[in-house]
Design a protein around this ligand. Structure first.
Ligand code: ADP
Ligand code: MG
Length: 349
């Protein structure tokens, strides 16, 4: 369905392992002061001086985490970086470095890997992270991509999942559910295409949703925004599996309960209209659709004035005693226990 822009096919075997690594990594630039040694030796060397080092890693498997039928390789490379950078942001740390490991089958020509690395290079530039190493190897089947991200923060800046307190306000950045609906639109177009390969994808009116799915951004800006407002969240997590599931994590680890308000959920108008078109309940998707990569955090009640009316943030609930449980307060003002179904479970329905 996505047009093949790489008619030229150079076998990766032609370059040899070292030639391939040199070729793929040639555009990476070093900009971080903390990078002592990047690509080129047996290991990279970083010097964070008196800062703490924050590390997170993710593994992406073709057919499990992404489908190349509608995910262009350049987008995949970009998104793989974003997903990891988002985890560093969720600790309230500054992302600084990544390593990139790939395993590919010989089904992929060099031009395909160039696309993948173009996306990685673009994201590294955008988020100002140095690519300092990785590994390149072959797989029997499909593409496997693993990225590890590093970041730095002063000890006092770091925000954990377990610091939420009773009566804290629950805040989310951006809007919810759009990435999941973007995936539904792409899946539908893929099916149409399988039935009729001559059909052109009809994606007008879905641009925002598809962008949220194929080209998400990590909220690197939130650390700066909160710093300027003189707010330090008491707990924080990024939304990868879905709002409900992330709320459960914060509550469980912090030993608190939560009241979440349905009428406060930030939803994009395009998201609402496409939910109607698909005849899906928008609240269900906002709660359980994943991959929004927004940040969810709690703040002290005293910080309310600093945040109210700020377009970057929406207060969606507040924390309560653990014994009160975790509830969604609906528009009809009834309280229903929140269930974390996660987006994988949603897909199986
Ligand atoms: P080793 O034999 O120690 O595994 P390699 O020959 O695999 O070393 O890698 C040589 C250098 O290239 C190392 O600095 C390694 O981190 C880097 N490198 C290898 N593959 C990648 C990749 N996919 N992305 C970024 N750097 C890579
Ligand atoms: Mg190696």
């Amino acid at each position: 369905m996505i047009e093949d822009k790489t008619p030229q096919r150079t076998s990766i075997g032609q370059l040899g392992e070292f030639g391939l690594i040199d070729h793929l990594t040639q555009h990476f630039e070093i900009t971080q002061e903390s990078t002592v040694k990047g690509i080129g030796d047996d290991a990279a060397i970083l010097d964070f001086k008196d800062k703490k080092t924050v590390v997170s890693t993710d593994l992406l498997i073709e057919g499990v985490h992404f489908d190349l039928a509608y995910m262009p390789l350049k987008h995949l490379g970009y998104k793989a970086v974003v997903v990891n950078v988002s985890d560093i942001c969720a600790m309230n740390a500054k992302p600084t470095h990544i390593t990139v490991s790939v395993a590919v089958s010989n089904r992929f020509p060099l031009e395909a890997l160039e696309e993948l690395f173009a996306g990685i290079t673009l994201a590294a530039k955008e988020y100002k992270v140095d690519v300092i190493g990785g590994d390149t190897t072959s797989s029997q089947k499909g593409l496997i991509l693993s990225i590890t991200a590093f970041g730095e923060a002063d000890q006092e800046e770091i925000v954990y999942r377990n610091g939420a307190k009773e009566s804290n306000l629950l805040v989310v950045t951006g809007d919810l559910g759009a990435a999941y609906m973007g995936l539904q639109v792409l899946e539908r177009e893929k099916q149409v295409f399988q039935v009729n390969p001559n059909s052109q994808p009809d994606l007008d009116g879905y641009a925002y949703l598809i962008e949220r799915q194929l080209r998400p951004e990590a909220r690197k800006d939130v650390r700066t925004l909160l710093y300027a407002l003189e707010i330090k969240p008491t707990s924080m997590i990024d939304i990868s599996d879905g709002l409900s599931s992330e709320i459960m994590h914060l509550c469980k680890q912090s030993g608190v309960g939560c009241n979440l308000y349905e009428d406060k959920l930030p939803l994009d108008p395009q998201f609402i209209s496409v939910c109607e078109e698909f005849n899906i309940d928008s609240t269900t998707i906002a709660l359980n659709g994943g991959e929004d990569y927004e940040l969810l955090f709690t703040i002290a009640m005293e910080d309310f004035d600093k945040i109210k009316g700020n377009p970057n943030f929406t207060i969606i609930g507040h924390m309560v005693q653990e014994s009160e449980g975790i509830h969604l307060v609906t528009r009809a003002n009834t309280k229903i226990p929140l269930k974390a179904r996660g987006w994988n479970a949603l897909q199986e329905e």
